[in-house]
Design a protein around this ligand. Sequence first.
Ligand SMILES: Cc1cc2nc3c(=O)[nH]c(=O)nc-3n(C[C@H](O)[C@H](O)[C@H](O)COP(=O)(O)OP(=O)(O)OC[C@H]3O[C@@H](n4cnc5c(N)ncnc54)[C@H](O)[C@@H]3O)c2cc1C
Length: 275
Amino acid sequence: MSQINRRNFLNGALAMGALAVTRSTRAIPSLKTFPGSFNPERHFSPVKVSRDRIIREVVGLRPYRAEGFVVEAERIGNKLFIHNYGHGGAGITLSWGTASLAVDLLSEPPAIAGGHSQGTQALFPARAQRARVNHFAVLGCGVNGLSTARTLQRRFSGTVTVYAKDLPPNTTSNIAGGFWSPTSLNDPQVPSIKFTEQFRQACRISNRAFQLLAGTEYGVRWIDTFELYRNEAAIERELPGGNELYPQQEIHRDPDNYFGFPYVKQFSTMLPNNY
Ligand SMILES: Cc1cc2nc3c(=O)[nH]c(=O)nc-3n(C[C@H](O)[C@H](O)[C@H](O)COP(=O)(O)OP(=O)(O)OC[C@H]3O[C@@H](n4cnc5c(N)ncnc54)[C@H](O)[C@@H]3O)c2cc1C
């Protein structure tokens, strides 16, 4: 599986002269039929930019673990903890997916094989006992805490209490771009079979979940994306998470219509900026 690291991609893009641009798909069937889309004669109004128009300055960091996110179970004392953290630059993208994997760990003992196998029986009591567990605590009120809380509510008939230092809008999730793109969340040079498998599953589950939320009610929309390259080999790369997650893929070799770039990969993805 090839993964595009967003930072490496941007560095590479600058080096190779590759760029990614997006366009909302609604009511815009194709670039060539969009009136005046890349027409050199088209004039845009000047952007009103000046220091006295700044209303807020905000900085967001996207630190990630080289090994990727962590979704695993651990027993501390008589409590079962399910970890679900470390999403780097793709926490919104993967939120429903890793929430689902995390909640699976409450009922699938084999999923914790590995570092925390001690006391597996105690962690996962018999089905009858598990059914009585109906009060859950979630730490964190960003996109991952909230999607985990919602997933718990849907799967179990119990109560979920969210504990957090800060509430929205004072979370990283609140300032994210919200582009569905599972990138910048691990170092591809640090292989982990467990992460690779979880990543693939999380991408599929989350992609599907966001598809079901598309529309005005939840603010998730499909968006055409164009990656512009000078290097033909780059357009052969698999899209992050798997090509099958991105409909309407097309390759364009039409530099006159794409800012002089000879190779363009077009695909649709989502903009779940509803958080
Ligand atoms: C500029 C920017 C752009 C981004 N663009 C995208 C994008 O386009 N697509 C995408 O998928 N991702 C994007 N991301 C990444 C995404 O924002 C993060 O991966 C995601 O928000 C992480 O969510 P989270 O719920 O894990 O953490 P957070 O949103 O940071 O929430 C953490 C929660 O835990 C609480 N907490 C923390 N420490 C404690 C403590 N000690 N005790 C109690 N509570 C605590 C906090 O108060 C908060 O409620 C972007 C990030 C940035 C900064």
